[in-house]
Structures are given as structure tokens and as C-alpha cells.
Design a protein around this ligand. Structure first.
Ligand code: RUB
Length: 309
């Protein structure tokens, strides 16, 4: 199999490429480059290769549905000849990459309307979609500032703080446990999504559900910025979303842990936020209540039960 697939898979696994949107686009791009360079003569060989590529990419990280969705959208073909099937995949991948960028632009535009002049916005982890709305509001001349959580243990909040800093947006970086104490000063919470289930449950970076609970208790709006390909079609069939459990050594170093014979570390990377804590989901198809997740999966992604694995 072409290097590009293993290289991309390795970068996603090691989190050099991370964030649900970015891993989707990287996978799609890898499929495109791989197919452009693929030299096979029979359709059977071609199908085998594509199946292998799909499984290598999909098995890198388990939680963000953007990954299997992007792989499926990009690698689907109907043609019966290798040349035609290659053309179809290259076109599908290209279209997906372009539409992913367009979706971010639309989410930025729609999300920015929810941000009033003078607002303090709290965000968690590092979400391209959430940050697009914040940047757009800033571009519109609104005087805004951001509170970014550190997002332990991988500290993606530092990436957010740097990104906002470089854009000229005033940002306060806090440790995750300071959310309750700062919420009184916050006007709006915006986070991204790794997956959204058919019942509107959000799956996002660990700690998101705490934020939602606190926002709800403090009567602060909690909104999610998510491209439609972050919705999970398989949840219609009752499939559960797997939460990635990461290495304990992201939390404490190995040597120290080895001295603690009665201590185990749990390091789930994501958590579930129930729909009742979510005021709105901003997608490129418009702002919707979480209860409309089914409609997005059915009508917008355009997949029927027969398409599902
Ligand atoms: C990233 C994370 C982000 C979502 C949405 O987790 O939880 O909030 O992926 O991001 P990790 P985006 O760093 O473990 O991949 O809006 O950029 O897709």
C-alpha cells in the first residue's frame, strides 16, 4: 500500500494531525493521492486495495465519526472499470475537501451572529469550527474576548490560545477546573464536536459535559459548531459511539506511576453531553436544535438505512 496512507494514519494516531475536521480532510486527501498513484489492472485488485485503505484509516482513532464519514464519502464509487472508479474517487475526495472548507466558512458566518458585541466566549479544546465563529465575529468588528480551557491532558487549549493570540483576540487561558469560578463572567460557550448521535447527544473533548452542566446551571447559552459530517449515521441503528481511552502516561509519567502500586489511571479522551444541555448546533445547513440530529442524518447526509454498515 502506498506510503501516503500509512503516513497519514500514523500522523492521526500520534495526534500530529488532530481535531475531527482536520483528520477527516487529511484522510480524504490521502485517499485522493493514493488513488492518483494507484497502478492496478483488475477491478478485484482495486476493490481490495480500497477496502484495505478504508480500514487502515478508519482504525486510527475510534471516536470522531468525521473520519469514517469522510472515508466513506471520498472512497465510494459505482463504476465498473479501474480508470472510471479512480476518477470518481478523486472527484469525491476533492468535493469533500472543498465542501469541508465551505462548511467552516458557513459555520463561521452563522455562528458569528450568535456572538454579540462585548461578549466573553468560553471555548474548550481546539475546535476549528468553534474558532471560525469567534474569528468571524471579531472580523465583523465586535469587541469580544475568549476564555480558553487548558484541556488536560494534551493541552489543546494552548493551541487555541496561540491561534486567538495571533489573530489579535484577547484570550484568558484557564485550567479546566476553573470553569465554575469563571462562568459568571461568560456570555456564551462554543465548542466543537467529534460526533453527534441521532438523539442529539454531543461527543467532544473530555470535560465538555462539565462545561455544559455549569453553563446550564448559570443560564449561559451552550452552542456547538459542527459540520454535518460530524453526525453519526450508525447511531440510527443503535450503534454506540466508542470513547477513546488513551495512554495513562499522558496523565503522569511512567516512572512515577510505577511507584504507585495501588493507583490506576483512567484517561478517556472524550465525553457525552446530553442534548438537553445544548441550546443550538451550528451546521453549514443552518442552526438547529439538537433534537433535529435525525433530520440532518436522514435528509442532509442523504444516507438511508441500506447504506449503513
Ligand atoms: C479534538 C476535539 C475537538 C473536536 C472538534 O480532540 O475534541 O473539539 O474534534 O474540532 P483531539 P474541529 O485533539 O483529541 O483530536 O472543529 O476542529 O473538527
Amino acid at each position: 500500500m502506498n506510503d501516503i496512507i500509512h503516513e497519514t494514519a500514523q500522523k492521526i494516531e500520534s495526534m500530529e494531525i488532530r481535531g475531527a475536521g482536520r483528520i477527516a480532510v487529511a484522510a480524504s486527501n490521502a485517499i485522493k493521492i493514493y488513488v492518483e498513484n494507484l497502478n492496478v489492472s483488475s477491478m478485484e485488485e482495486f476493490k481490495n486495495e480500497i477496502n484495505q485503505v478504508r480500514s487502515v484509516l478508519i482504525n486510527t482513532r475510534p471516536t470522531a465519526v468525521s473520519l469514517p464519514n469522510a472515508v466513506k464519502i471520498s472512497s465510494t464509487f459505482k463504476s465498473n472499470t479501474v480508470d472510471e472508479a479512480k476518477k470518481e474517487i478523486i472527484e469525491n475526495a476533492d468535493n469533500f475537501i472543498k465542501s469541508a472548507q465551505k462548511a467552516i466558512d458557513s459555520i463561521g458566518e452563522i455562528g458569528s451572529r450568535r456572538i454579540s458585541n462585548g461578549s466573553v466566549i468560553l471555548t474548550h479544546c481546539n475546535s476549528h469550527a468553534a474558532i471560525a465563529s469567534i474569528k468571524k465575529a471579531f472580523d465583523q468588528g465586535k469587541s469580544i474576548s475568549v476564555v480558553a480551557t487548558e484541556s488536560r491532558p494534551r493541552k489543546q487549549g494552548l493551541i487555541t490560545a496561540k491561534e486567538l493570540n495571533d489573530y489579535g483576540i484577547k484570550t484568558t487561558l484557564i485550567v479546566d477546573s476553573a470553569v465554575m469560578s469563571i462562568m459568571k463572567k461568560v456570555d456564551l460557550v462554543i465548542v466543537g464536536a467529534d460526533s453527534i448521535a441521532v438523539n442529539g447527544t454531543l461527543v467532544n473533548k473530555i470535560g465538555t459535559s462539565q462545561l455544559a452542566l455549569i453553563a446550564n446551571e448559570s443560564r449561559v447559552n451552550f452552542i456547538v459548531a459542527a459540520e454535518t459530517y460530524k453526525f453519526s449515521p450508525n447511531t440510527i441503528l443503535g450503534q454506540k459511539i466508542d470513547i477513546e481511552e488513551r495512554s495513562p502516561y499522558e496523565v503522569v509519567d511512567a516512572e512515577y506511576l510505577s511507584t504507585l502500586e495501588n493507583v490506576t489511571i483512567k484517561n478517556p479522551a472524550f465525553d457525552f453531553t446530553p442534548a438537553e444541555y445544548i441550546d443550538l448546533i451550528i451546521t453549514e445547513a443552518g442552526a438547529i436544535p439538537p433534537q433535529m440530529a435525525y433530520v440532518i442524518i436522514r435528509d442532509y447526509l442523504g444516507w438511508t438505512l441500506e447504506d449503513l454498515d
